[in-house]
Design a protein around this ligand. Structure first.
Ligand SMILES: [Zn+2]
Length: 295
């Protein structure tokens, strides 16, 4: 993991999940997301040591395991307070909820309880609210960017928008033509909202930072809209699983394992909810079988 500087006070560790370090004073730092696990935690610790800083707070953008999995290790190293969105805070404190919701509320398959989908629990001291947040006399602007997760916040600080998963880096779409989302109407609205603020560089949670902010947001919105159309066209009487299979075939997605199957099924159901709410598809229950149909 490489430590990169984005502005005078903002650094990030470039990896599969980007974690930001904000220098709030000569000795203190606030972390934004902590990566997947202990290994991320250790690398963040090393980066802080190299900058001569200690963590006094962690802001978690949302509760997906790859964004707060380093909390447990870091909270053993530092006396830091954790900030997280409401709802997501419940999951960060009770990580078993993530595989449980991925598996329709039932006892999850063991494949769904790896650290990829279930991080170590972390306490949460403060619930994030949209607007200004002062920590260590340093100002952060907290922006409501729900949709990728039910509650999700981005952070604007020192000319850098730390977007977490409100948008994805261009590189991500080559690998994942249908990125994860839980509330698609909000996901599209939140991506567009990022253009309402003034900043120089955007750091997505996955992929590279860029100064081409408008192009990145437009690419994200275009992908969400084209996935919506593919899913709508895949509603020809089948179940959610049938829609998933058809959509993956059309997008050339090969679901490599059971966790990916269920994560993508969750995304498909988010799009089906969105399409039904906007009157594009209908759902019927015939002979004990659900059927999604384009209108
Ligand atoms: Zn996420």
């Amino acid at each position: 993991m490489q430590l990169e500087q984005l502005s005078e006070d903002v650094y990030y560790l470039a990896s599969a999940v980007n974690c930001a370090i904000v220098k709030t004073s000569a000795k203190n730092a606030v972390l934004i997301d902590t990566g997947q696990d202990k290994n991320y935690g250790r690398n963040i610790r090393k980066a802080l040591d190299s900058l001569g800083l200690k963590a006094i707070a962690i802001i978690n953008s949302h509760s997906h395991a790859d964004h707060y999995g380093g909390n447990d290790y870091l909270l053993r190293q530092y006396n830091a307070k954790v900030y997280a969105p409401e709802f997501e805070a419940a999951i960060i404190q009770n990580p078993y909820l993530e595989p449980v919701y991925i598996f329709n509320g039932a006892k999850p398959l063991k494949e769904l309880t790896s650290k990829w989908l279930m991080a170590k629990a972390s306490p949460v001291e403060y619930i994030l609210q949209e607007g200004k947040l002062i920590i260590d006399d340093f100002e952060f602007e907290i922006i409501d960017t729900c949709g990728h997760a039910h509650k999700h916040f981005s952070v604007l600080v020192d000319g850098v928008l730390i977007a977490a998963d409100a948008v994805f880096g261009n590189e991500v779409f080559d690998k994942y033509p249908m990125p994860f989302g839980q509330d698609i109407a909000k996901q599209i609205k939140s991506a567009k909202k990022l253009l309402d603020y003034d900043y120089k560089i955007i750091l997505p949670g996955h992929g590279k930072p860029t100064t081409e902010i408008k192009a990145l947001v437009e690419r994200n919105v275009a992908v969400f809209n084209s996935v919506t159309r593919v899913i709508e066209d895949s509603c020809n009487g089948g179940t959610s699983e049938d829609v998933l299979e058809q959509t993956c075939n059309k997008l050339n997605v090969q679901l490599a394992d059971i966790p990916r199957y269920y994560l993508n099924l969750c995304t498909i159901q988010a799009y089906l909810s969105y399409l039904r709410e906007t009157g594009k598809i209908e759902l019927s229950l015939i002979d004990n079988r659900l059927s999604w149909q384009k209108i």
